[in-house]
Write a protein that binds this ligand. Sequence first.
Ligand code: M6R
Length: 616
Amino acid sequence: MCGIVGYIGKREAYPILIKGLHRLEYRGYDSAGVAIISKEMRLNVLKAQGKVSDLENAAQGKDTCGSLGIAHTRWATHGIPSQVNAHPHLSQSGEITLVHNGIIENYATLRAQLLSKGYTFKSQTDTEVLVQLIEYIQKKHHINLTTAVRIALNKVIGAYAIVVIDSKEPDLLVVARKSSPLVIGVGEGNNEFFVGSDASPIAEYTKKMIYLKDDEVAELTRGEEVKITTLNNDKVDICIQNVEMDLGQLDKSGYAHFMLKEIFDQPDCITDCMRGRLLLEYKKIVLSAITDYRDRLLSAKRFIIVSCGTSWHAGLIGKQLIEEFCRIPVHVEYASEFRYRNPVIFSNDVVIAISQSGETADTLAAIELAKKHGAMVFGVVNAVGSSIARNTDTGIYTHVGPEIGVASTKAFTGQVTVLTLLASALAKEMNRIDDEYFTSIINELSAIPDKMRLVLQKNDEIEVLSKIFTYAHNFLYLGRGWNYPVALEGALKLKEISYIHAEGYPAAEMKHGPIALVDSEMPVVFIAPHHELYKKIISNMQEVKARNGNIIAIVTEGDTEVKQIAKTVIEIPNTLPCLTPLLTSIPLQLLAYHVAVQKGLNVDQPRNLAKSVTVE
Ligand code: M6R
């Protein structure tokens, strides 16, 4: 989704802004723009539909000099992707310009009011309304930029992260947020400041970060301390955090795509995720969140998992793990439905919010709702310092490193690993899991990274297989028990990046409808490793075979039965049934990846999708 970069200091702003925009490309966008105030106080705005490289081409030979600037990648919400609708948007006089992430919900009302005052609009965006409103207020009351921004934001309903500059105040960058993240990077000696919609575009310049909170406005003035106030102009204490980011994770390290790199990173990511938590030597799982909130967690009568997309699929596996190990009921909810459904939430519920980005708007809203009802909120988040991480009572980071490919891969296996650790550790605290089973989980979990490496050796085999399916229009993914959520995830991966329609289903449900789709043209992927429902899934496979379906099966190594039925089998190493999703998901990631590559599609930034879904 939209991305923001800002800079004020002594260096040339343009290269910093462009590099930052490239760092934000992973979020998904359709146009880009930059605005810079020159030494002569001239405001230059350049915009382009398409990629950041298109913006760079458009900027060739144009004046991009100046040490104060803002930049943006836009993911269209109001108005088509176009140069006119791209940010930064200019005020009527051409003096003020801003970039904005989020949605101004009452923009139509504000627009009508401004039209009646003689303001005109070039774009179809909600953002242009905000910049005109700021200028209208500034001119009407003869006030400075910050005060005008504050008054304007008090009139706005919706979500925003904004960075505003005014050519009449060339030493100032004003930033503000509500329900959309914004990070300020503090450079050396207050001589320079950086702004980002997340830490990735600014992490190479400074580790000192300030995460702006809702309803806060920050003034970044050259050579002065950061000043933060609320929308009511109350002073806010400044909290600077040290944020470490492994910038190596932000490049492809020789892989053709971020997605492929992230698939191959999984063994190391899972090792990082378990480090210091799974103590093999002592046969223990240590999670500080459980130590700190032990009584609250142990007295919970119910868990509710809220999340979206891939994180929701991980939640479905989490439900099975917690119910199986702890014998506590777990409900898994789409955050977008939960937030508007008036759900029953008890104060002794524990709500687990799962999110890679930590910025998903619906999940954040579900958290707020849970808090309103007094429930404890537990985060399973990847992005350190993100809004969800900061808005939950406690939680466990997945620690799989920044995920750049829009299609989630390592974040999914990280989430499933964390949920396995959580469920096992809780069950142990509750005395609801026998020692032998607990020990076997620990032993098998610690062997998972190496087993993942073995699955990754199937990459070439899967690449060859993918060529057969490039022209398929539909796919079915079927699984049962632990691997039903994997079927959903496999289907989601394929449709996201290959644009092939795919449905995930519990295998036995197939005969209640989807079986009507099965014919010799239909590829059907069965996730059928050895587990409790293995025999049952064999019967489901026979039903597909009887209708000439083209079966691809993920099986445990040494399997002989499925080989008799399926056209193609991909083997994974043996493990405990509850851990199979950590292995079975990998061939499905690779299959989706290679099909998309064969089709010549943009794997890392598929059409219409955004990495961080910061609007509802
Ligand atoms: O950052 P989150 O985990 O909260 O994101 C949730 C979904 O938007 C995300 O998983 C999405 O479905 C991915 N593109 C899936 O690959």
